[in-house]
Design a protein around this ligand. Sequence first.
Ligand code: PLP
Length: 404
Amino acid sequence: MSLNESICLELERLERTKTFKTETIIESEQGAVVRVAGKDVIMLGSNNYLGLASHPRIKEAAIRGIREYGYGVSSVRFLCGTLTVHRQLEEKIAGFLGTEDSILYSSCFAANEGFFASIVNEKLGLELYRDVIYSDRLNHASIIDGTRLCRVEVVHRKVYEHADVNDLRRMLEEDRRFSYRFGFIATDGVFSMEGDLAPLPALIEAAAASGHLLFVDDSHAVGVAGRTGRGTPEQLGVHGKVDVLSGTLGKAMGGAAGGYIAGPKDLLAFLRQKSRPYTFSNSLPPSIVVAAIEAFTMLEQDPSLVEQLHSNTKYFRKHIRQLGFRILEGDHPIVPIMLGEASMAMEMSNSLLDEGVYIKGLWYPVVPKGEARLRAQISAALDEAAMDRALSAFEKVGRRIGAI
Ligand SMILES: *Cc1c(COP(=O)(O)O)cnc(C)c1O
């Protein structure tokens, strides 16, 4: 069979099994309301948690970045791609998260890809060694790919059950016989399918007891979780106590692009030398860098956007429950609305779009069979009237298709 025949067969299989991902085209800027097929609809499906994607202060800052520093720098960081504002943003992120330093990447995907291999694949004076990485079963694809870039001869890759510290402790105990060189425990701070938080205090203890390094990808939490938006560690009372954090600038913090790793300064100095997506890929453009500085400054000065997000989340969770929908409990703006059958989730998301609400469904194999759901994501940009309109649409469609 030719390449083209093979890929067409696979595309047909995706269509048949209803796992083909379609892209809905948006004709306006990202915001509380967006235009789809000429019609305004309420956005409940973006990571624009703080509404910064189209916030006037962020747009102005991006334009200022272009005016002062141009469109791009045409270089990686160590040739001629480091501007004053790159270092300013790195210091800003470190200050916000309570770490010694941070290092920018073109995305969080690149940051996670660049982390593990840069350490694990280095002999660092040793001929023979073995490292170990323990990873939560539901970790983001970029962490999984990051660990896959480590040479198989020198790393044990292990997966513990989702958010299950007892399972992790059992593995750590069992593995003491290997006397590893370095060990890593890697987890998302917030998991995107359920909106649940990693058990950071217990993970911090397990990491300290085993001498391993705790790596937390807080992409869905910075600007979101914790009283002032400093993320999962703040919410769980362990701000400043996680060894290494990674995160994205592409969700709450402006929504454009960019990622970072934050942690101890020696480790980050080492990454600047060894981490391939940092060393061999272009530095972030000034528009994004200056806008991201503005986003962190806004949160430092005034947590009211974060407070608005938290109160909107409470409001939506309370009312969607009152309508009779089953949701996964929690306090994150990711609100999974459980529907069971994939067909119901599909029909519901299509009908909601007709009724003026943009929301996507998740079903097998993204989530387990029988746990199909709609995933609402709340934003500080929504006002109560918009949430009420969305809730009435949920009620109307839910009744009609028998979900409530
Ligand atoms: C979104 C996300 C990423 C990817 O971030 P980008 O900056 O878009 O590459 C990585 N990790 C987690 C946990 C995410 O949610």
